[in-house]
Ligand binder design. Sequence first.
Ligand code: PLP
Length: 280
Amino acid sequence: MQELVYLNGWVGSFDNAHISINDRGYNFGDGIYEVVRTYDGKMFAVDDHLKRLETSAAVLEIGLPWDKKQLNAIISDLLEQSEIREAIIYIQITRGTAHRNHLYDPDIRPNLLITIRSTPDISQSTYIQGVNIISCPEFRWQMCHVKSTSLAAAVMAKNKAHRAGAAEAVFVMDDGIVTECTSSNIFIYKGGTLMTHPANNRILAGITRKHILNLAEDMGMHIRPEPFKFEDMIGADEVFLTGSTSEVIPVVDIDGQIIAGGKPGPITGKLHQAFISLRS
Ligand code: PLP
């Protein structure tokens, strides 16, 4: 009996299994997984698990080169080799390996990892006596202020933008509030006032954003770091994006609606020039 790893066709021990630092699961959390239990060497509800795996892949638009039958065969073979009868099978598929970029090549080949381990012991007293739990606010997906590597949603939105011939995707909440973009902050300028979403859990407080706000203040501009709505953005005199890689980028079109006559505005240019002068 031995715990085993399958990685893209290779089979061996946990200690000898390696994956590239460019795996998109590692860089972006751009992957999916399933956990299947065996009882006396037989997988429980494996069809349900593989179906859910396919659904997860479809939602993240990960094209699976294996169908359920092929995956089942690979897993069964590994299970047999391990000779573990009471096993936990972990199946992980990431979008694949490529230099870090939110945009992915549609032909990228996913990485398939399967591990077989013995089922952890859960004492009978757990079932007889029950357990304590704690309550916790539902905060999943509400930590945009953390520069976390859980970027699957940002990856999806960025690729959607790319397919639409756009440079970025701006996130708009149900109530119409504009937060930020997949990898940049967004500003609007209207009638002498500069606005950007306040730095709370809804956005990443960009370093470039902070410097732009300081520069705008130095220039005597009226600044309002407050939430604004989609229609405010569409009706703005100027809209621009900020980020460490991109600096300050003017936006001239949102969903096909022309902003500021379709040309970069003077305030955006002035702030970009001022930002450039910070570099020296
Ligand atoms: N917002 C998000 C979601 C980002 O990922 C980034 C940068 O990667 C930014 C904003 C801009 O932040 P910064 O100006 O620090 O690069």
